[in-house]
Design a protein around this ligand. Structure first.
Ligand code: SAH
Ligand code: SF4
Ligand code: F3S
Length: 442
């Protein structure tokens, strides 16, 4: 048995919601093995980083952290690298950072307990790496969710899309879905524990394929939304190619399904989309937007966009800008193209200089800001329901989130203190590009 001081761990998470949720499962697994989570590296016997490799900057973060804390190795502390950089770099991490004892990709987390036993027994190097063969999901009874009101549930792991620029298919293994029964039973457990919002996660939720053949993705969404106690269901990320009209119909017919869809387009130019291997044209993408705009409920639409993909001309970029005008997104995440290991587009010359990528990104974000400034005005005077997320003491305002996933800052009448996780109605009185503000209506 390791001394008690070694049964403590510190975990820092980088990257997307899938990583955040994986960390909740990792924490639960470690706690069930007798470890205690601590909030500083100094207190910890085991220091873990759950890493992201989506762009080069994200990858570099973990190596900076490892270099910063190398000296702590002398105190007998052990280091572990989890997640996408772990899977991507594998044993090479031991060469670059010899003080690391464990390297484990997300498709191997179900072996985590066994790997920890080996480390405790003094083994210097333990690896868990995926060969894109596994059919298993990381399902655990022990999930240490940090928020008591809304929580994530993974429905599909991995990705089989192989977009030309993207590391995810290499870092997260092949696509594998959980059974709808298991997703529903976890959702019911969460509802019993008092959660009112669940967010169904996958790199590509529209590829969801129930191994038991019982439910399509849209049917699963509806089934989760019908669980007593669940008031909000979100899902991310949708891939345009597999995004079916049945999802829009489900949102229209069930008010517990949030009226927000994140549907990353990446580029407005069909030529670039083709080079990116996104498997849809601009017109096909716009067809999906038309379905959403025709819905009875007003669906907010958000997107991810990459600028400066190899070969993107000024004309291609202008097509992305014109797509912004056509769709009128509620918000976007814009990124400069970053060449990534293993990916097909690594073979293409990354010839657009960083300054030009930065210029395109700024132009993109400015154009979108104007759209949001204008578009958000439609909320003025509307009364919307928000889930209370907390209070900004300095401003004396509460913070909530709408079903459309917008932040709403609001004031309450004298003597009214809504609790975090409760639902209240707010009249929007100020509409800014990135948030709304208003007053509680009783
Ligand atoms: N599964 C999701 C998103 C995964 S990653 C999807 O298919 O849309 C989140 C976003 O990061 C992507 O939508 C893309 O816009 C961006 N991204 C991925 N790889 C990138 C790269 N090599 N360079 C720049 N941005 C990238
Ligand atoms: Fe990456 Fe494409 Fe898969 Fe999304 S769908 S995770 S962008 S390969
Ligand atoms: Fe990053 Fe891996 Fe998510 S690369 S974005 S943590 S799937």
């Amino acid at each position: 048995m390791a001394p008690d001081s070694q049964k403590t761990f510190y975990l820092e998470t980088f990257g997307c919601q899938m990583n955040v949720h994986d960390s909740e499962k990792v924490i639960g697994t470690l706690m069930s093995e007798g470890y205690r989570q601590v909030s500083t590296v100094e207190e910890a016997g085991l220091i873990l980083y759950n890493t992201c490799s989506i762009r080069d900057k994200a990858e570099q973060k973990v190596f900076h952290r490892l270099a910063d804390y190398k000296k702590l190795q002398k105190q007998g502390k052990k280091f572990g690298v989890l997640g996408c950089v772990a899977q991507q770099e594998g044993d090479k991490i031991f060469e670059r950072a010899p003080h690391v004892s464990m390297v484990c990709g997300s498709a191997s987390y179900r072996n985590l307990s066994a790997m920890l036993v080996q480390i405790e027994a003094g083994k210097q190097r333990v690896t868990g790496l995926d060969d894109r063969e596994t059919d298993e999901c990381f399902e655990t009874e022990f999930t240490a969710r940090t928020n008591p009101h809304r929580g994530y549930i993974t429905i599909i792991e991995g990705c089989d899309k192989f977009c030309a620029y993207c590391v995810v298919p290499f870092t997260r293994g092949k696509e594998r879905s959980r059974t709808s029964d298991s997703v529903l039973s976890e959702s019911r457990q969460m509802a019993d524990l008092g959660y009112s919002e669940v967010q169904l996660l996958g790199q590509n939720v529209n590829s969801y394929k129930d191994p038991a053949g019982k439910k399509s993705f849209a049917e699963l969404l509806a089934a989760v939304g019908e669980i007593p106690g669940i008031r909000r269901v979100r899902f991310t990320t949708s891939h345009p190619r597999d995004f079916g009209r049945d999802i829009v119909e489900a949102i229209d017919s069930l008010s517990t399904l949030c009226n927000h869809v994140h549907l990353p387009v990446q580029s407005g130019s069909t030529r670039v989309l083709d080079a990116m291997q996104r498997l849809y044209t601009r017109d096909q993408y716009m067809e999906r937007i038309t379905w959403m705009k025709a819905a009875r409920r007003e669906i907010s639409i958000t997107s991810d966009i990459i600028v400066g993909f190899p070969g993107e001309t000024e004309d291609d970029f202008q097509e992305t800008l014109s797509l912004l005008d056509e769709v009128e997104y509620d918000s976007i995440f814009g990124f400069k193209y970053s060449p990534r290991p293993n990916t097909p587009s690594l073979k293409l010359e990354d010839a657009i200089p960083d300054e030009e990528k930065a210029r395109r990104l700024t132009v993109l974000q400015e154009r979108q800001r104007e759209i949001q400034k204008r578009r958000n005005q439609r909320h003025l005077g509307q009364v919307v329901e928000v889930m209370v997320e907390g209070k900004n003491e300095a401003r004396g305002q509460w913070i909530g989130r709408t079903s459309q996933n917008k932040t709403m800052n609001f004031k309450t009448p004298e003597g009214i203190f809504p609790s975090t996780g409760s639902y209240v109605s707010i009249m929007a009185t100020v509409c800014l590009p990135n948030s709304l503000a208003g007053e509680m209506v009783i």
